[in-house]
Write a protein that binds this ligand. Structure first.
Ligand code: ACO
Length: 427
């Protein structure tokens, strides 16, 4: 703990403890501020507010650092697997060989969904956005798995966490299959988490599907890169929903809804659409000019981040992965050239330099996903699939904290002061 922070309001002086974590900025503990001073703090967008204590993920935005339980994302992306990272986030440590096999078996044995859940899909229009289906179906899980909704039972919490991580690929693949009118493909427990997802998405019952190991590895790496990102908007949504005691399936559905927005998980879809719209490197200056114009709402999608004021470490891994996937699939997509040149031009432009705007994870991910064969509408679904483990790990961490209370922000009220009701004929 550092020195106390001194605070003065209405002529009175107060002191608040300064707490120090293992990494990152100190925080001023203002929990007693309202009780002592009668004042709230004001921080819309939470740019200066730490909403919780967490041991899961650390980001140093100015240095471009992302650690999960201390391990740098670059090392995890290079050497680990999504299942291993899932264990790390959920259980706190990288698994031993035995622990890994145990965890992998547990997740694999939960990949099927209740048969009646299949019927649930028929209620959606075929042209429904798969994220709309995800919000509905994941929320509906609480109606199918009653035996894991008691949040006060740690064993039930763990089963719900395993179910969510395990079933998300099945649910996501089914959302895709439904949208293209193909039959659902059941999970194959002989395959890896990611291989199984690829088969359920791209396989058909009429023929054998062979998982391409290079694509499986690239996809797995994409999942690792999206597994957790501390208190971002969707994770904070999951925590806030969970703080009221709502069941985990409902909380994750809330996270999915938040992730859908173009400022968050929807950005990779928007980034790829933008790159296609630009179409040729010759048109890049025109778009850079628009992004800088205050009167034009256009922004460079996949650029800028609330926390990273340096290169997003996930974006560099993504850029490498694009090259690998293109080599494997022997594709050449002019959009990649547009992306590379756009990045270079923006990084040399004073507007982007001054505002510390760098490519984020979404800038390159759409290009890879599209090369693998996913339609843009599935991009955010893949993000939700991978982020589920982060959401459930954060939710578990919150619920396990004995001091946990319902999240309830306050406000600066600027509406009318008290006034009397006027009957309709007198208004
Ligand atoms: N293109 C052009 N200008 C930008 C961009 C951009 N992509 N991003 C930020 N700016 C400018 C803003 O206009 C603002 O300028 P001003 O200070 O002159 O008003 C300044 O940079 C700061 O931007 P804010 O919107 O205040 O920053 P904030 O932290 O609130 O927003 C956000 C971060 C939402 C990610 C923003 O950079 C953005 O909209 N980027 C494009 C969408 C995107 O890629 N989102 C993905 C985020 S990563 C993820 O969710 C996985």
């Amino acid at each position: 703990m550092g020195d106390n922070a001194k605070f003065s309001i209405n002529g009175e002086n107060y002191e608040y403890p300064v707490l120090t974590g293992t990494e990152g900025p100190d925080v001023v503990d203002i929990r007693k501020l309202y009780g002592q001073t009668g004042a709230f703090t004001y921080d819309p967008g939470f740019t200066s507010t730490a909403s919780c204590e967490s041991e899961l993920t650390f980001i140093d935005g100015s240095e471009g650092v992302l650690l999960h339980r201390g391990y740098p994302i670059e090392q995890l992306a290079e050497n680990s697997s999504f299942m291993e990272v899932a264990h790390l986030l959920l259980r706190g440590e990288l698994p031993t060989a035995d622990e890994f096999s145990d965890f992998n078996n547990t997740i694999t044995r939960h990949t099927m969904v209740h048969e009646q859940l299949r019927g649930f899909y028929q209620g959606f229009r075929r042209d429904a956005h798969p994220m709309a289906i995800m919000c509905g179906v994941v929320g509906a899980l609480s109606a199918f798995y009653h035996d894991s909704t008691d949040i006060n039972d740690p064993a039930q919490r763990m089963i719900a966490s395993h179910r969510l991580v395990a079933k998300m690929p099945t649910i996501a693949a089914m959302a895709y299959k439904y949208s293209i009118g193909q039959p659902f493909v059941y999970p194959d427990n002989d395959l890896s988490y990611t291989g199984n997802f690829l088969r359920m998405t791209f396989g058909v019952p009429a023929e054998e599907y062979e998982v391409n190991p290079a694509i499986e590895k690239a996809m797995d790496r994409i999942f690792i890169l999206h597994a957790d990102h501390e208190q971002n908007a969707s994770t904070s949504t999951v925590r806030l929903a969970g703080s009221s005691g709502a069941n985990p399936f409902a909380c994750i559905a809330a996270g999915i809804a938040c992730l859908w927005g173009p400022a968050h998980g929807g950005a990779n879809e928007a980034a790829l659409n933008m790159l296609h719209e630009i179409g040729h490197p010759d048109r890049i200056p025109e778009y850079i000019k628009r992004a800088k114009d205050k009167d034009d709402p256009f922004r460079l999608m996949g650029f800028g981040h609330r926390v990273y004021k340096n290169y997003d470490p996930r974006a560099s891994v993504m850029q490498e992965t694009v090259r690998e996937v293109f080599e494997t699939l022997k594709v050449k997509d002019p959009v990649f050239e547009v992306a590379l040149q756009l990045e270079e031009m923006a990084l040399n432009d004073p507007y982007f330099i001054d505002k510390k705007l760098f490519p984020n994870v979404d800038f390159y991910s759409g290009i890879i996903l599209s090369a693998i064969g996913f339609p843009t509408s599935m991009f955010t679904v893949l993000f939700a699939l991978a982020r589920t483990v982060g959401w459930v790990a954060q939710w578990n961490e919150m619920i396990s904290d004995p001091g946990q209370r319902i999240g309830r922000p306050r406000q600066l009220y600027t509406g009318p002061t008290k006034r009397d009701y006027v009957p309709i004929d007198k208004r």
